[in-house]
Design a protein around this ligand. Structure first.
Ligand code: GTP
Length: 347
């Protein structure tokens, strides 16, 4: 089965990081999430991918190419204008077989695909939507299902009391190609808000199946941070690179650590990083490859992408920095989120 990865959105809620970057290329544990996602789906038996791109498509193409380096095949469906989640699927029509998987490429998860596919084949619906259960459904579109799992309606952002369930669309679907007949060509259409409700209205069978395991939409800065803290706490596992030197302290290759440096776990340090004397890193710090940290720097609850430079005695707390940033000495930054226009991807 082919997987269609939706990766073309503007990622407005994750700006400025996504100002010049497709959201699924944001680093998670020092590697673009899209790469982790493809490797996960490959481990689930998927070897053929179509990536639906629009916002900075060349960044994805340059990085992943035809998939050979990851041992998979990748094709690209490119949109001229933003078509929304359903329009993007319609635009990829020529690449798709009769049945396929659709995945929102900005969802951090490690979902087992086979149970979803088995459920879909057993029930014979037009679509099976992977569902995840959340504590507070009031921020989401919630589903109401019959006892067999068929979705009877979607309720957008219900109050906690009025919510028919705590199950929400997880952004992972097994879909029959017949669904595409219900999506107009070349128009901006949302699969969640328009196509799925339309299918139900027209009497097509749409099922929901709860998926297991870690799931988090990384689409906001708060959740982008949370994904990292969950990763460092090993609530889910991704290859972290480097070596776990002590419990919760991962150090990459060829790093140079000055004297008196204190790591407060959990901490992930990339490859070829330099850290000056007496700096305190952590708790909760992710430092990308080739970063240079000066002396007496304090850095906690902060994510820093590759090639950043932080000068002496600067303090960082709860920040996110994109590629190639340089921060002067003796600065104090709390909750800063910064990006640089000409950032590249390679480490
Ligand atoms: P926000 O602007 O912050 O809402 O983000 P977004 O629109 O990029 O993401 P959203 O969560 O709304 O979309 C879910 C997934 O679908 C993400 O992986 C997006 O990249 C993708 N997506 C959204 N709109 C489009 C689109 O028009 N075309 C394509 N190809 N993908 C899209």
């Amino acid at each position: 089965m082919k997987a269609l990865l939706l990766a073309g959105g503007l990622g407005t809620r994750l700006r400025p990081l996504t100002e010049n970057l497709p959201k699924p290329m944001a680093l998670i544990g020092n590697r673009p999430w899209l790469e982790h996602l493809i490797l996960h789906l490959k481990s689930e038996g998927i070897a053929d991918f179509v990536i639906a791109v629009k916002h900075y498509p060349e960044m994805i193409r340059d990085y992943l190419g035809d998939g050979t380096s990851l041992g998979v095949r990748i094709q690209y469906a490119v949109e001229e204008t933003l078509l929304g989640t359903a329009g993007a699927i319609k635009n990829a029509q020529e690449f798709l077989d009769d049945r396929f998987l659709v995945v929102n490429a900005d969802i951090v998860h490690q979902v087992a695909i086979q149970p979803l596919l088995d459920f879909h084949l057993e029930h014979g619906g037009a679509v099976t939507i992977g569902l995840t259960e959340v504590k507070d459904p009031s921020q989401y579109g919630v589903v109401e299902q019959d006892p067999f799992g068929q979705i009877v309606r979607f309720v957008e952002k219900p109050s906690k009391e009025e919510a028919p369930s705590n199950r929400i669309n997880a952004g992972i679907y097994v879909m029959e190609k017949t669904v595409l007949e219900w999506i107009p060509k070349g128009e901006e259409v949302s699969i969640e808000r328009e196509t799925f409700p339309l299918l139900i209205e027209k009497g097509m069978r749409v099922y929901g199946k709860v998926i297991d395991g870690y799931w988090l939409d990384m689409g906001t800065k708060e959740r982008y941070r949370k994904v990292h803290w969950d990763l460092l706490e090993r609530k889910f596992r991704l290859p972290l690179g480097g070596k776990e030197e002590e419990n919760g302290i991962w150090i990459g290759e060829n790093t140079k650590i000055g004297s008196g440096v204190l790591f407060v776990p959990p901490v992930l340090i990339g490859n070829r990083v330099k850290i000056g004397d007496r700096s305190v890193i952590g708790p909760y710090a992710v430092i990308g490859d080739h970063c240079e940290i000066g002396q007496n720097v304090r850095c906690s609850e902060t994510i820093m992408w590759n090639r950043c430079r932080v000068h002496n005695a600067t303090q960082l707390k709860n920040c996110i920095f994109g590629y190639d940033l340089e921060l002067g000495s003796k600065h104090i930054l709390y909750e800063a989120v910064m990006n640089r226009w000409a950032g590249g991807l390679q480490g």
